[in-house]
Design a protein around this ligand. Sequence first.
Ligand code: NAD
Length: 432
Amino acid sequence: MKIAMIGTGYVGLTSGACLAKIGHRVICVDSDTRKIEMLKRGEIPIYEPGLKEIVAENVQENRLSFVTDIKSAVRESEVCFIAVGTPPLETGEPDLTNVEKVVREIATSMDGYRLIVEKSTVPVQTGKWIKKTVERYNQANIPFDVASNPEFLREGSAVNDFLHPDRIVIGVETTRARDIMIEIYRPINSPVIVTDIESAELIKHASNAFLALKISFANALAVICEAAGADVRLVVDGMGMDKRIGRAFLDAGVGYGGFCFPKDLKAFIHIAEELGYDFQLLKEVEKINEEAKQRFVRKIRKALWNLKGKNIGIWGLAFKPNTDDMRYAPSIDIIKALLAEGALVRAYDPQAMKNARKFLPDIEYCDNALDVAVDADLLAVLTEWEEFKKIDLREIKSRMRLPIICDGRNIFDPETVRKQGLTYIGIGRGQD
Ligand code: NAD
């Protein structure tokens, strides 16, 4: 199948490369000339394990190419995926101007039947708007279909998630569109659920909202655990063994972040309101998430009394491990709050420091995790990178001014840390 993937970010590049890997001929399009030039030189603009190799292999096999010109890509492809960003506006609703812009360009470029697939995360009923927009701009009345094919990949394991998804969701209106979508994904051995377009759109928002809800549930539970002297990790382990609940996404910490959960939750609350429903449950999920960050800063303050002039070391900046993505990372709000109180912040992240400089220009960046500990009054863990779990805590202690670890991701066993002579403060692990 000949495919145009419009928008070559985390989702578009991974999806385009993986669709090429399973045998399709994919043209990845992006309006960002610098990004396309990098990709043409064989450089990958993001950190995503395994992606570089797949891109190189498929460029070599002439199944994958990169362009900035949508028109030519649309003319050469039967299927046009839209994978541009849908960032949040001040109101919480997603900014769909780029989706609309791309749709207009597809409508005015197509010279025969096209299947237009929304891959970006969009509110329910966006498919209807896409259809209406194509009808308005497609003067020659060329036949087309719209499909919804939400993406569930996670940054950090995006390639594997794309090639081995739990399910493939296809929202369509015609059998022609359904047959094309099924043909595209035939080489992937995962269950396929075919729905109407609105249901497919809702599956994505509802799934992300539910996962965020699980995280906030764990964070609320952590507060109770601290007050009652229980350990939230043991509580969620016990809960998670129940198949009806499941253990995933039940880790208490400094809250969720990233390009998806915060904005998708806001968008879902907003579209629900437009449809006449006040989704208070999800507003509470957001509130608990904000509180998780504030509580963490309070823990640091409680441990150090005044923060002015104190050296705080930070392990991890990315919103989660195995990614360089800093968008809406909890580290941004937490570090800004520490800086506002006069603390001096030194940080290390294995992959995200380049991106972090744009969000946090006023902190010192270190070359490794050990350097962060030098003269620190407290060390805060904000991202659960594997390398932090393996560090020799005695080495850390010898470098620190005060041996205090504030573990915002519960990566350490409190007793083990305390045995090494450090003060341990976790999230929801008995009284601090
Ligand atoms: P991104 O910002 O990494 O990539 C979007 C790309 O679209 C950018 O490279 C940008 O230059 C390009 N673009 C914007 N306007 C364009 C235009 N008019 N023409 C051509 N290119 C244009 O974003 P992302 O993380 O890949 O997310 C894309 C969509 O997928 C969003 O709706 C997001 O919610 C959704 N999604 C993201 C993830 C994730 O983990 N990042 C997972 C599932 C779904």
